[in-house]
Ligand binder design. Structure first.
Ligand SMILES: [Fe+2]
Length: 247
């Protein structure tokens, strides 16, 4: 079963020349809330999903319980930016070469239903990223008429590791990370590196929809381990990770 919807009305998210230039010249760009066509209510819908719909990630190394997640997958017709949410996507699989901890295995996660209110909002976030990728020439409708687009809704509970695999490529055309919430944590600096591992830029996503976008083959990325700022209170970090695959 599939449910199809087209996202329209995105004049307000035309990407700035600076973002395009950063992505084209440096292979990454930093975005914030103003770059996305989202209301406060939209962000609340996304955030609420993290409280209600995530399940423990059973693919972490034995004994690790710091990650909860949910997943959904879209087909994207690039020229029209037409998104089709897939009700029953194939298992998520990464090559061993890009994920030495969980590569080479078919991983299934809790699925976000296509009729969940967050689905259309996540697609709109992905539209803004796709528009930037198109404008910067990373995504090209002739070279890549169709893409698979993964949305990973991930909560890391402190103490925990947003990137247990270390600095890495995702094995995708491009990806993006979008902060939804961070509560009582420290340590979550994100760094982009060139392919040799030389740091290019470190930033901390602090406010809802603070984001970075990357051209995956040209940069590696990493986000540091998180700890509780106040050890007596719980701490967590909610992020939406989006990946564009061309197969
Ligand atoms: Fe990654």
């Amino acid at each position: 079963m599939r449910k199809e919807f087209t996202i329209l009305g995105h004049d307000s998210t035309l990407t700035s020349a600076d973002l395009q230039e950063n992505l084209r010249d440096h292979a990454f760009a930093i975005m914030n809330r103003g770059d996305f066509d989202l209301t406060e209510a939209d962000i609340d819908v996304l955030s609420t999903l993290y409280d209600r719909d995530l399940e423990p990630d059973r693919w972490l190394p034995a004994g690790a319980h710091y990650r909860q997640r949910a997943y959904q997958c879209f087909n994207l017709a690039v020229a029209e930016l037409r998104w089709t949410a897939i009700a029953d996507p194939a298992p998520y699989r990464q090559p061993m070469t890009v994920n030495r901890l969980a590569g080479g295995i078919d991983r299934r996660f809790a699925l976000v239903p296509v009729d969940h209110p967050a689905t259309a909002i996540a697609a709109r976030v992905a539209v803004s990223v796709a528009r930037l990728l198109l404008d910067a020439g990373v995504l090209d409708a002739e070279r890549h008429p169709r893409c698979s687009v993964d949305a990973h809704y991930i909560r890391i509970t402190a103490p925990g590791k947003p990137c247990p695999e270390g600095k890495h490529h995702d094995g995708l055309l491009a990806g993006s990370a979008h902060l939804l919430r961070r509560e009582n944590i420290t340590g979550d600096e994100s760094t982009l590196y060139n392919t040799l591992g030389v740091p290019l830029r470190t930033c901390q996503l602090r406010e809802p929809m603070d984001s970075f976008v990357f051209h995956d083959s040209r940069v590696q990325h990493f986000t540091g381990d998180i700890e509780r700022a106040n050890p007596a209170a719980p701490g967590f970090r909610d992020a939406l990770l989006i990946g564009f695959r061309t197969e």
